[in-house]
Design a protein around this ligand. Sequence first.
Ligand SMILES: Cc1cc2nc3c(=O)[nH]c(=O)nc-3n(C[C@H](O)[C@H](O)[C@H](O)COP(=O)(O)OP(=O)(O)OC[C@H]3O[C@@H](n4cnc5c(N)ncnc54)[C@H](O)[C@@H]3O)c2cc1C
Ligand SMILES: NC(=O)c1ccc[n+]([C@@H]2O[C@H](COP(=O)([O-])OP(=O)(O)OC[C@H]3O[C@@H](n4cnc5c(N)ncnc54)[C@H](OP(=O)(O)O)[C@@H]3O)[C@@H](O)[C@H]2O)c1
Length: 502
Amino acid sequence: MGLTKTYKDGTKPTVAIIGAGFSGMCAAIRLQTQLNLETYQVFELEPDLGGTWWSNTYPGAACDVASINYQFSFEPNYEWSQRYANQAEIWAYMRRVAKKYNLYEKIRFRTEVTRIEWNNSRQKWIVDYMDLSTGERSVMEADIVFSGAGPLRIPFIPKQFDDFEGPKWHTAQWNHSIDLTNKRVAIVGSGASAIQVVPSIVDKVKTLEYYQRTPSYIIPRRNGPYSSLWKFLFRYIPFFHFIYFKLNYYGSELTINIFSNKLIHRLPRLFTTFLSWGFRMWQVRDKNLREKLTPKYEMGCRRIVVASNYFPAVCKKNVNVHTEAIQTVKGNTLTLKDGSVQEVDALVLATGFKAQEMIPPKYLFGKNGVDLEKRWGKNPSTYYGITSPETPNMFFLLGPNTGLGHNSVLFMIETQVDYAIKAMSYMMANNLSAIEVTPKACQEFMTELDKRMQAKVWSSTCQSWYQNSEGRVTALWWGSCGQYWWRLRKFHPHNFVASKRI
Ligand SMILES: Cc1cc2nc3c(=O)[nH]c(=O)nc-3n(C[C@H](O)[C@H](O)[C@H](O)COP(=O)(O)OP(=O)(O)OC[C@H]3O[C@@H](n4cnc5c(N)ncnc54)[C@H](O)[C@@H]3O)c2cc1C
Ligand SMILES: NC(=O)c1ccc[n+]([C@@H]2O[C@H](COP(=O)([O-])OP(=O)(O)OC[C@H]3O[C@@H](n4cnc5c(N)ncnc54)[C@H](OP(=O)(O)O)[C@@H]3O)[C@@H](O)[C@H]2O)c1
C-alpha cells in the first residue's frame, strides 16, 4: 500500500530531528525520499555530523560488524577498503551520504536541544534550542519529533580519576594533540574501546599500564582488504553486492542463539565459548597472564569482542596487566589495592558510557507536563523502544531495548524510521494531529520483553551497560533483527489513541 504524503489540505507536518548520527540522518533521508517531506530541521550539538563516528577518533576505532552490514541498506558502499572499516572511513561514508541528500543544508550544527515540551492545546512539541556558538536561545514548534540522541554518547568518567594531574582523556574525546611516543601510558577499562586502543598504541608507548577489572570474551576478527576485483564485482555484477550483504546479515542473525538460555541453544554458546577459549590458549602462551585474561562469567552476558590483534598486544613486554582494584589516584600516580604503584605520563579512560541515562534531567516533558526522565526512572517503558505513552508524535531512534549484541544496529534504526514514516502516513491519511501509544499496548510489550529477557544470558548476574542498577536489561532487544522487523512491518493503529485535527 502506498504512503499518504500530505494532509487533505495539502499541508505536511513539521518535524524536528534531534541528532545527526546514523539515526538522525536516516530519519531525514527517509522523510525526504518516502514522504517527499522537506519541512524538517535537524539539530546537532557538535560542529559536524556523525555522532559516534564523529566523536570516537581513538587509535584503532573501527566497527565490529562487517562494514557491508554497517551501512544504510538504501546507500550501498562498493568502496569499503576492508571487511571492518575504521572510523575515518565510516565517517567519510556518512558525510558522502549526507551530501548526496543535501542534509548539510538541513542541519543546525553547534545547536543543542535543551528542552522539549508537548503543548496539548496546540498539539505540538515546543522545542527549545540554543546556538552553542552565540548562546542565543530559540524555539521551534514541531508536529513530530524524532529523537536520535545516541545511546552510547555521554562518556562515563569515574570520579576517582579527578585527581590525576597529568593529561587524561576518555576514548570518545581522544586528545590528538599529545604524542604518546615513548610515554608511560595508563589505560583503564577492558571493553570494546580499550581492546581497540591497546594494540594501536602498544608499539609507540614506552610502557602501557593496563587496568582490567573484568576481562572480555574475545573471538577472532577475520579482517582483510577488499581487492579491486571485489570492488569491481560489488559495483558491476548484478546482485553480487546485495547477496554478499545478505550473507553477512544472515550470518550475524544466526549468532542470536548464542545468547539464549534454552537447552536446545546451548550448543552455539558452547561452541563460541570454546572458540574464545582456544583463541586465548593459542595467542596467550604465558599461563599467569592467560589466567588474568580469562572471563569468569557466562559467555555473551557482556559484549563479545571481535579482535585478533589484542592478545598479541597485551603479551608484549612493555605491557603490564593489572587486575587489582585502583585504590587511589594522586598526581601522576595510581596506587592499587595490593599496594603497587605506577607513575605514568598520560591516562586514557576507556571506561564506557552513561548508557542508562537515556533522557537528561528536566529535558523532556510530555502530556500534562509529565517529566519523562522521572516517569521512566531506571525502567524506561516504551512500545518497541520507539514510542511511549504521554509522548504523542515522538519517535525514539535506538531508544530503550533496541540495541543489539549480535548484528548491526543500522537495521534497527531503519526499521524504527520506517515504522514512524508509516505512522505519519496514517496520521495524514486520517487527518490526525496526534497519535499516542496506549498504556495497555506499552505494558503488554514490556511484560513480554521482561519474560523473554529471562531466557537470555544478558539477564544473568554479570553486570554490563545492558542492564540498569537492578539488573534489568534496558538496552537490548530480546530477539533477532528479523523478529523486530516482522513485528513492526505494519503500523498498529489499534494500539494508539488518535486526536483529530481541528
Ligand atoms: C566506539 C563505538 C563503536 C561502535 N561500533 C558499532 C558497530 O560496529 N556496530 C554497531 O552496530 N554499533 C556500533 N556502535 C553503536 C553506535 O553508537 C551505533 O551504531 C550508531 O552509530 C548510533 O547512532 P545514533 O545516531 O543513534 O547515535 P549517535 O551516533 O550517538 O548520534 C547522536 C547524535 O545526537 C546528538 N545529540 C544528542 N543530544 C543532542 C541534543 N540535545 N541536541 C542536539 N544534538 C544532540 C549528538 O551530538 C550525536 O551527534 C558503536 C558505538 C561506539 C561508541
Ligand atoms: N565497534 C567496536 O568494536 C566497538 C568499539 C568500542 C565500543 N563499542 C560499543 O560501545 C560499547 C561500550 O564499549 P566501551 O569499551 O567504551 O565501554 P564498556 O564496554 O562499558 O567498558 C568500560 C570498561 O571500563 C571499566 N571501568 C569502568 N569504571 C572503572 C573503574 N572505576 N575502574 C576500573 N575499570 C573501570 C569497566 O570495567 P567493568 O566491566 O568491570 O565495569 C569496563 O571494562 C561496546 O559494548 C560496544 O557496543 C563498539
